[in-house]
Ligand binder design. Structure first.
Ligand code: UFG
Length: 330
């Protein structure tokens, strides 16, 4: 039995983090959230145990890991916008790599040997295949993807050096919201496709811009594999159980996606249909750092974790996100 154990969720007040803390609690784990609230939300911590602190604060993390008798860490705290990483790469290496090393050192000092790490489809970059599987060469096209790949390399070396057991979950495009409306996507500023479209549908933006209509894809816009955040949360619960059950130190990267890609134009049409609202759409130049197509082969996660995406058809994703935004805006 791995449930009943104490889990530290670093960055648990954010979008994917808050859905994961709900799912871990529902699965019977004792959850402590560690967050500096720079981008996360206090009301997304529900009634969980919360410690406010920075990822770079190694002494504080060491104390929390010891005091709370933590068995496994789930690490979400990071800068996440691929486009922004091209503009300000140092910030991404500082937050995503250097500060993560502080967490890893703290785990070592506190003798916590299990980690589930938030990685990304952005580690793959542009590849000439229909679906991305884990063993492809990693060739990120933006500093965000590089920063996550660097941490994966560190985790790999920590297997033999320190006996760390970890899984890096490489998410494709996290989207949707809790079906009960308890939490959802609230970035400020918002840069992600579906929330921006919903804001346009709600009249909070006067138009939406498609970044690039000249990609080598059937309709010229980028293709992504949109995965419901509650499916990602379930993937983390499965990964926590998996690392805690391992009998030998190990590192594995696993994709979490659906295997189905949707173009930006398709997502625009879906938001218009589900919201029953129309809004202006402009065709604009490409955004730097955007690969043309990212679609997951998630066979490894299915086999190792017994995980399958269950809520990730595009209509369900958009409907849940629309419901969350409308409820919040009433
Ligand atoms: N897009 C637009 N207009 C916008 C915003 C986005 O056309 O105003 C397009 C982008 O060009 C891209 C697609 O919508 O083709 C999705 O863009 P997002 O910004 O929503 O997401 P990204 O694919 O850039 O990145 C997201 C996360 C990353 C993660 C990646 C994995 O932000 O953390 O998914 O695929 F690594």
């Amino acid at each position: 039995m791995t449930t009943g154990k104490n889990i530290l969720v670093v960055g648990g007040a954010g979008f994917i983090g808050s859905h994961t803390t709900l799912a871990l609690s529902e699965a019977g784990y004792n959850v402590t959230v560690y967050d500096n609230f720079s981008t996360g939300h206090r009301d997304a911590c529900f009634d969980l145990d919360v410690v406010e602190g920075d990822l770079s604060d190694q002494p504080k993390l060491t104390a929390v890991l010891k005091d709370k008798d933590i068995a496994c860490v789930v690490h979400f705290a990071a800068l996440i916008e691929a486009g922004q990483s091209v503009i300000d790469p140092y910030a991404f290496y500082e937050n995503n790599v250097a500060a993560t090393l502080a967490l890893l050192q703290a785990m070592r000092a506190a003798d916590v040997g299990h980690l589930v790490f938030s990685s990304t489809a952005a580690v793959y970059g542009n590849q000439d295949v229909d679906m991305l599987s884990e063993d492809l060469p990693k060739q990120p096209v933006n500093p965000y993807g590089h920063s996550k790949l660097m941490v994966e390399t560190v985790l790999q070396t920590a297997v033999d050096a320190y006996g760390l057991t970890s899984v890096a979950l490489r998410y494709f495009n996290a989207s949707g919201a809790d079906a009960k409306g308890r939490t959802g996507e609230r970035h400020d500023p918002e840069t992600h496709l579906i929330p921006l479209l919903i804001q346009a549908a709600l009249g909070q933006r006067d138009h939406f811009k498609i970044f690039g209509t000249d990609y080598d894809t059937p309709d010229g816009s980028c293709i992504r594999d949109y995965i419901h955040v509650s499916d990602l949360a379930a993937g983390h619960v499965a990964a926590v159980g998996y690392v805690l059950r391992r009998t030998q130190p190990s590192f594995e990267g696993m994709n979490l996606g659906t295997g189905t890609g949707h173009s930006v134009r398709e997502v625009v049409d879906t938001v218009k249909r589900v919201s029953e609202r129309d809004f202006r759409v402009d065709e604009c130049p490409r955004r730097a750092g955007d690969p043309a197509k990212l679609v997951a082969d998630s066979t490894r996660a299915q086999q190792a974790l017994g995980w399958h995406a269950q809520h990730s058809d595009l209509d369900t994703i958009v409907r849940d996100a629309w419901h969350f935004f409308r409820t919040r805006n009433r």
